[in-house]
Design a protein around this ligand. Structure first.
Ligand code: 6PG
Length: 253
């Protein structure tokens, strides 16, 4: 692993893993550590999972020995950062990916897994239902924001994260915790957590893999700070674990 000094425009803690496999191992171990710290400090661990393909290997490592046995599953509450408007068994479903790689392999009480029902016809109602579920678990009032112990995020080549796309009105949202949105990439209709939920997390972990993300990663970490144009910069104060291919356009220090 190589660390990077903090580039001027971010306070990110950046770890470069040589390969996607070492990225997944480092990410899985960080999640275990965050979970154990949260349970020791507050009696439970609340996490919002990222979608897409990058986190799949991380989830698989959490779902198998030895890391599976290190996680306090009975004290873990799982939410999602975003979801596509497809049924949970659809190949594009983030829930399906996480269920296959992780949730089906661990002793996590079903009542502690909160799927975004983005496929509902009334998407606004589904987003309100999701926000309500967060309120119930976090016990926060209508004016307080949930504080996840860990929010996992990915990075799209256009700089999006969760389903917060460049220029989206959702980037201006300061009150709602979950929103129905439309994205440029199919499936277009989606649900996403909002910027305040990301900003309010105790820790944000961004996983970025592959040369196709190199330009977006360099812009996110070393370009001008403009989260409305580069939504992943909402996590600029977080922890980033990237592989060497994704880091190839970062300026070396
Ligand atoms: C989604 C994800 C999205 C993802 C990035 C990167 O639903 O698409 O939540 O934000 O993290 O698009 O996706 P990959 O990991 O597949 O490159």
């Amino acid at each position: 692993m190589r660390g990077y000094d903090r580039p001027v425009t971010t306070q990110a803690r950046i770890t470069v893993a040589e390969t996607p496999a070492t990225l997944a191992e480092a990410a899985a171990r960080l999640i275990v550590e965050a979970a154990r710290e949260a349970v020791a400090a507050r009696g439970r661990f609340t996490i919002a999972l990222a979608g897409g393909a990058t986190p799949r290997e991380t989830y698989a490592r959490l779902g198998h020995p030895p890391l599976r046995e290190s996680m306090p599953w009975d004290r873990t509450w799982v939410f999602f950062g975003d979801e596509r408007a497809v049924p949970p068994d659809h190949r594009e479903s983030n829930y399906r990916m996480a269920h296959k790689a992780l949730l089906s392999a661990v002793p996590l009480p079903l009542a502690q897994v909160f799927r975004m029902r983005a496929e509902m016809e009334d998407q606004e109602a589904a987003a309100a239902e999701y926000a309500e579920a967060m309120l119930k678990v976090f016990g926060t009032g209508p004016d307080e924001l949930p504080r996840f112990d860990l929010v996992l995020l990915g990075l799209g080549i256009d700089g999006h994260t969760a389903s917060l796309f460049p220029g989206s009105p959702a980037l201006e949202e300061r009150a709602q915790r979950a929103l129905a949105v439309a994205g440029p990439n199919p499936p277009h209709r989606r649900m996403t957590i909002t910027p305040p939920v990301i900003e309010g997390a105790r820790e944000v972990l961004v996983l970025v893999s592959g040369a196709s993300k190199a330009a977006a990663l360099a812009l996110a970490l070393e370009g001008p700070v403009d989260p409305k144009a580069i939504p992943v910069q909402l996590a600029r104060g977080g922890t980033w674990i990237v592989d060497a291919a994704a880091a190839s356009a970062l300026s070396r220090r």
